[in-house]
Design a protein. Sequence first.
Length: 218
Amino acid sequence: MAVRHVHVQKPEARSQKPEAQKVPSPTRRPIVTSRRLVRALPAAVAATLALAGGQAVAAPAAGPQAEHAAARVVTYDASGAAEFKDAVSKGVAVWNESVTNVQLKPATSGQRANVRIVADDGWPRAAVDGLGSGTVYFGRQAVDQGYNTVRISSHELGHILGLPDKKPGPCSSLMSGSTAGTSCANPNPDASEKAEVEDNFGGAAVTSGTARTTVYAD
Ligand SMILES: [Zn+2]
């Protein structure tokens, strides 16, 4: 009977793969087992989803990625942000008030931050090397042209939280970036941008520090 159950449930296990594949198998196995033993089939689908959602919080740390998934806290270091430190704090506050699945917090002293924010003379950009991980360059070029510093801050943090540019776009969209013009001072993500970040951090596999770096030059 147990064997039959395994066969019936295989397609569901497979359909979860894209979300679940980065979770180390030792943490996945107990869930499959308890599901097989305890749950009836229709309930198992819902139960599995619920468990997978809670797993990121409950899973014991099995390496840097698991620790990250457990916390869902993205730490940042704005010590290199020079005159933009206040704008960084406001951009952080925007995101912390906009979403619940991830929160940005200053790294404590001695702790290696997930995100570094540094001022420079180029165009604002974000080098993202994983979800919730990377470097934001707070470029003075756009500030000098009159772009709003808090919008720049929350926009670049949006890249860190997994959002791409959505250009051209209206001022109501945060990720429309500079295409909304210098008169746009809106630092808030719109409903779909919030939902996308909630999705990004709502799954079981929150990873950080992957090898590939994506640079968003705006
Ligand atoms: Zn951008």
